[in-house]
Design a binder for this molecule. Structure first.
Ligand SMILES: [Fe+2]
Length: 232
């Protein structure tokens, strides 16, 4: 199995490259435009054939590499069915399975950070992992105050969908700002300070009072990402 967690320092974004081995088909999740040459280099070194590039949601803090990767590798670009990005060539719905050469990813609709966010569950024989985008972060959760965000939907997605997964499921988010790289459903269920032991109303109260500034790149990134990172 081939699994790489890649990092964009500017936006603290994690990107995931997955394949069943060298020389096989690969998928990349949440790629960042500025890191395109690094991805292409790695794909070449590992002799991978990139067949899918997925964005978990329309990012507001960095520009996606989806369009560039499609142009360079002829991969299929994937987002959830409710995205407003009309450049995407494949849309997934709840429960859809993305299949490639020894890898299967299951789409889970997890709105709340945005109204079009999906998570992706990677099942393997002995261990499974979920790529949560920004809806569930390590000891945190994605803000819910723009792009159709809704704290109650976020709570529902996390508690009633993600927390229902096996507790040993590894959690790989799209961001971490403290250098944490991986968690598990168990850890987040019992130790995430926003969620552990909190009711939906208590969670909404926390999320509605974060008072965060807009992401620096928001005015650039959102329109660009609706065009798969290729708007001027
Ligand atoms: Fe986001």
């Amino acid at each position: 199995m081939l699994f790489r967690q890649l990092f964009d320092k500017t936006s603290s974004t994690y990107t995931y490259l997955i394949a069943s081995g060298r020389g096989r088909e690969a998928v990349i999740i949440d790629p960042v435009k500025e890191q395109l040459s690094a991805y292409l280099g790695l794909i070449e070194q590992l002799d991978l054939k990139l067949v899918r590039a997925i964005d978990t949601h329309t990012h507001a803090d960095h520009v996606t590499a989806l369009g560039d990767l499609r142009n360079q590798t002829s991969c299929i670009t994937v987002m959830g069915e409710f995205t407003k990005a009309d450049c995407v060539s494949e849309h997934v719905s709840e429960g859809d399975k993305i299949e490639l050469d020894g890898i299967q990813l299951e789409a889970i609709y997890t709105p709340g950070h945005t109204d079009e966010s999906f998570s992706f569950l990677w099942r393997q024989s002995h261990q499974q992992a979920v790529f949560t985008g920004d809806v569930l972060l390590i000891r945190g959760s994605g803000r819910t105050d723009f792009q159709g965000g809704d704290p109650r939907k976020s709570y529902d997605s996390i508690v009633n969908k993600l927390f229902q997964l096996d507790e040993d499921t590894l959690v790989y988010p799209a961001h971490d700002y403290k250098g944490m790289m991986c968690s598990s459903i168990f850890e987040e269920k019992y130790f995430n300070p926003r969620l552990a032991g909190k009711s939906e109303a208590e969670y909404a109260e926390i999320m509605n009072n974060l008072n965060l500034p807009d992401p620096k790149m928001m005015d650039v990134a959102v329109p660009a990402n609706l065009a798969c990172g290729q708007a001027n």
